[in-house]
Design a protein around this ligand. Sequence first.
Ligand code: SF4
Length: 285
Amino acid sequence: MGPIQQPNPFKPWADTLRELGVMGLVRESVPVEASALAPPQLVPSLPAESPAPVPLPVPRRALAAAKPPVTRPATVPGYTPPDDPVGNPPADIWASAPDLASLADCTKGCLACPLGPGRFRFVFGEGNPKARLMFIGEGPGKDEDQQGRPFVGKAGELLDKMIGGMGFKRDQVYIANVVKCRPPDNRTPTPQESQTCLGYLKRQIELIDPSVIVTLGATPLKELLGVQVGITKVRGCWQRLDLGRAIPVMPTFHPAYVLRQYTDEVRRAVWSDLKAARAWLEEHP
Ligand code: SF4
């Protein structure tokens, strides 16, 4: 009589994840092939003109020391924003907003770029106002525009799984976008639209003061960090955002891209990036 076979206690959980299609974005406790959790073989390197790697460790400064932007973002050529303080919030108001609720309140009527008149709802962002981990995407889609919340569609479901895989709940992190109004047909916001909205996001980041930011896709990388290199080359490489202090930024693919390119390679890449961000948080409590 041969040895008694013990049932694999992880199998039901692994089967569930496989049915959900999230194998490869799960935590180490789930039995997956060792090769699936290996870091990418090729670590993309940045050209000289890109931001330098983050110096470690980055000291966490008091928020009060951060200097808010005082200049109004550029408005979009060819579009004339209204001249009232609701449709065109004065920079000296939103740049000195003392908390997220005040910032949302003074910007929610914004019509400073062409995206404003076409929105159904203003999507400010949501989550823990003092989150150590912040995710920044591109802009609201149809579902987000309807609900006024970021990442609530299919891509949002995947982002929730990514957050869960890192050991967090959605309400423990903060989620925002580069632009707060939906671009028509889900197109990429133009650089002018992004730059017009960017001051709000920067003030949002200053108020949250996260330890680590994970950017999702090419737009936040380009508009927030000024990195012009493609996301496939830069993902997985630490960047930094200087807003009074240097905040480490880990670029990874946008969940919508992962859903479109649902390959082992893409999922391994995303998981590798998320693990790096989580490791930073664990090493810098
Ligand atoms: S996208 Fe930003 S700048 Fe443009 S109207 Fe909306 S809130 Fe204002």
